[in-house]
Structures are given as structure tokens and as C-alpha cells.
Design a protein around this ligand. Structure first.
Ligand SMILES: [Zn+2]
Length: 192
């Protein structure tokens, strides 16, 4: 098992061009493909954004936010920090063409990819949790605000609303670290 010959390398890239881009991207991306007016888009994993500005077209992708783009191999190599040939081999392996690839990824590369995928899963879990909690808190705050004048101890209640607003700011616009810290501190439990 030496290094791949030029022909073998070309064969791997050729092989990958036969797999639909969307299948490859959906397999590795932390974000789902969504359809806008029938066209596939995705929240770009290469820059921070909430709206999907990465467009998928044929066998190419392009992000209008950060201008990243390329083919399936470019996407996977950028996502996992692999050389193009390594990314191509990983794709070929994972899509059932393991006989065609010359050299598998090293244990270390596999581990790094696994770690990254675990981290993305965990982030997804927390983002979902943050969204839910922010929604619940906004509702509690709304009800409290509507009934403010009917409540005794008006000033204390107004102060609570203000505190809730500050907390909502973190939940809606803070960094994920800050949001997790806030949730884990248990300080939200007095309201929810
Ligand atoms: Zn981007």
C-alpha cells in the first residue's frame, strides 16, 4: 500500500463526481439542506449565520455570505480540515467504494472528524434547548408584563421584567458558551 498513483487519484475524484452533491453534503454537514422556492440551500457551516446563504447547484456549492465554494470534495476537506485527496477517500469509503481507495484516513484523522461531529451534535442539542427556553421565558415575561398593574408589589415585578429582558438578550443574542453557562447556573428555574 504505497501512495496513490496519479491514475488512482483521478479515479477517486471521478468516482465522487458520480455521487449527488446533496447526498454527500447532507451526510457530513452539521446543518440540514432546506428548500427555498424548490432550490436547495443550507445554513453555511463556514461562517456564523442564521439564514441559509449557502446555495447548492448541480455538483457545486457556493456561499453568498463568506464566498466559500467548490465541489463535494472541497466541502468535506474544508469542513474537516483534510487534504482534497483525503476528503475524497473518506467520501469514497463512506459511500461504499472502499475497494477503490488506496489509502484510508489515519486513526488520528478519523478521531478528529469524530470529535468534530460530536461537538456539532452537542452544539445542536444546546442550540435547540436555548431556543426552547428563550421561547418559554418570553411567554412568561409577556404574561407578567400584561398583568403588571394588577399585581401587588409593582416595583419588584417591574424589576423582574427587566431582569428577564436581560436574560432574554443572552438567550437570543449571546454566545453559546454564555447561554450554556446561564442554563447550567440554574438561575432560570425561578421563572420557568
Ligand atoms: Zn459561508
Amino acid at each position: 500500500m504505497g501512495s496513490a498513483t496519479l491514475q488512482q487519484r483521478q479515479d477517486i475524484f471521478e468516482l465522487i463526481r458520480g455521487i449527488p452533491l446533496i447526498n454527500i453534503i447532507e451526510r457530513y454537514s452539521p446543518n440540514k439542506v432546506i428548500y427555498k422556492a424548490g432550490k436547495p440551500w443550507m445554513v453555511c457551516p463556514f461562517h456564523a449565520e442564521d439564514t441559509a446563504s449557502l446555495s447548492l447547484k448541480g455538483n457545486k456549492w457556493h456561499c453568498f455570505g463568506c464566498q466559500a465554494g467548490g465541489d463535494a470534495t472541497d466541502f468535506v476537506s474544508k469542513l474537516f480540515n483534510l487534504k482534497p485527496i483525503e476528503a475524497a477517500r473518506m467520501i469514497a469509503n463512506d459511500f461504499g467504494f472502499s475497494n477503490e481507495t488506496d489509502k484510508p484516513l489515519t486513526q488520528q484523522q478519523r478521531q478528529a472528524i469524530q470529535q468534530r461531529q460530536n461537538r456539532q451534535q452537542l452544539e445542536k442539542f444546546w442550540r435547540h434547548k436555548v431556543d426552547m427556553i428563550a421561547g418559554n421565558l418570553a411567554e412568561v415575561r409577556r404574561v407578567l408584563w400584561l398583568n403588571l398593574d394588577k399585581l401587588p408589589n409593582l416595583e419588584a415585578k417591574a424589576f423582574t421584567v427587566e431582569l428577564m429582558d436581560q436574560t432574554l438578550d443572552i438567550l437570543e443574542q449571546g454566545t453559546l458558551e454564555k447561554q450554556i453557562e446561564l442554563i447550567q447556573s440554574g438561575s432560570l428555574e425561578r421563572w420557568l
